[in-house]
Design a binder for this molecule. Structure first.
Ligand code: NI
Length: 147
């Protein structure tokens, strides 16, 4: 089921999302719906707060198949990369944002197993962008400090 994507002015996008202690049937349905919603919107990533759920869950697909991470964390980052970035919660807006060029993230997959995802380029950017959503941070927040 396609979900409503919350816009930048919705308070849920500014909350610190809660860690997920147990993956339930509800989460599996949520993942399926988030992927459907993301693909339908032609996005490469979506975080649970963007569909109104303040829990630490992200989905990403930069063209190599879906990545699902519960309680994701960036554990290593290197380099700098400046590129255009957008967000499904802020339609029609894209800006140059400087991010780490390469990151390593850890989390829990749909089977409840710990996983590590390493990425550069668009995948690194998507990991940083989506994990930011779990801490109530939007990409436009960086415009002030990077100007
Ligand atoms: Ni976003």
């Amino acid at each position: 089921m396609k979900l409503k994507i919350y816009g930048e002015n919705e308070p849920v996008l500014r909350l610190k999302a809660k860690p997920i202690s147990k993956i339930t049937k509800r989460h599996r349905v949520l993942v399926k719906d988030m992927l459907e919603t993301m693909y339908h919107a032609n996005g490469v990533g979506l975080a649970a707060p963007q569909v109104g759920v303040s829990e630490r869950l992200i989905v990403i697909d930069v063209g190599d198949g879906p990545i699902v991470l519960f309680n994701p964390q960036i554990v290593a980052a290197e380099g700098q990369d400046r590129d255009v970035e957008g967000c499904l919660s802020i339609p029609g807006r894209s800006e140059y944002i400087t991010r780490a060029a390469k990151v390593k993230a850890t989390g829990i997959n749909l089977d409840g197993k710990p996983v590590t995802v390493e990425g550069e380029g668009l995948l690194a950017r998507a990991l940083q962008h989506e994990i930011d959503h779990l801490d109530g941070i939007l990409f436009i927040d960086y415009l002030k400090e990077q100007k």
